[in-house]
Design a protein around this ligand. Structure first.
Ligand SMILES: *[C@@H]1O[C@H](CO)[C@@H](O)[C@H](O)[C@H]1NC(C)=O
Length: 184
């Protein structure tokens, strides 16, 4: 009995501690091609339904090893959500691809795909390398923001995620999310 109460309290505390002061909605998704060849494709990813879930598939044309492949992320913020974007400082410069997935995919995306049949992209852990070739589905992904930072800019945030092979842009995607205070 006592144990149950303690367990419930811990559960509640954990929940309060994890509660973020903001909510995130998918706003827009656009894939782009590489400069001379495309080795990644996000063409069929879109937002669907009222909850604007991410849905579709993406493909990697070959295995991507940590030395030849990099990923960069440029971030822009439109505080008034009017499309007037300014670059913000949390950019990720071109970073070796496996390191990038272990750090950013694990923090920002993986918590959202842990339960249910949301994606067949393999779980990323310490040993994940290379990033595997394949076509992978995403079914109705809603961002789980439990591991996201506490401080994020409000308004629209645009992330330009570019994949690089030997310094050449080989495709990527632009993700726009809307970030609002939880109680507004
Ligand atoms: C959602 O994505 C899945 C997996 O790619 C696909 O089979 C399904 O047709 C998509 N649904 C919609 C409404 O686009």
């Amino acid at each position: 009995m006592k144990l149950t109460v303690i367990f419930l309290l811990l559960h509640l505390l954990h929940h309060i501690a994890c509660e973020k002061s903001y909510v995130v909605t998918n706003e827009q998704l656009d894939a782009f091609e590489g400069d001379s060849e495309s080795l990644v494709s996000f063409d069929t990813l879109r937002t669907i339904g009222e909850e604007r879930a991410l849905n579709g598939s993406f493909s990697f044309l070959g295995d991507m090893n940590n030395d030849d492949f990099k990923v960069s992320v440029e971030l822009y913020s439109s505080p008034k959500s009017d499309g007037d974007y300014k670059r913000i400082v949390f950019d990720v410069p071109p970073t070796n691809i496996c390191d990038c997935f272990k750090k950013f995919y694990v923090q920002f995306v993986q918590p959202s795909v842990r339960e249910g049949d949301i994606t067949n992209f393999p779980l990323v852990d310490e040993d994940s390398c290379p990033i595997p070739q394949g076509e992978f589905f995403i079914k109705k992904l809603i961002f789980n923001i439990e591991d996201w930072p506490d401080q994020v800019p409000r308004g629209l945030v645009k992330a330009i995620i570019t994949f690089w092979n030997d310094g050449n842009n080989v495709g990527g995607l632009i993700v726009v999310v809307r970030i609002e205070d939880r109680d507004s």
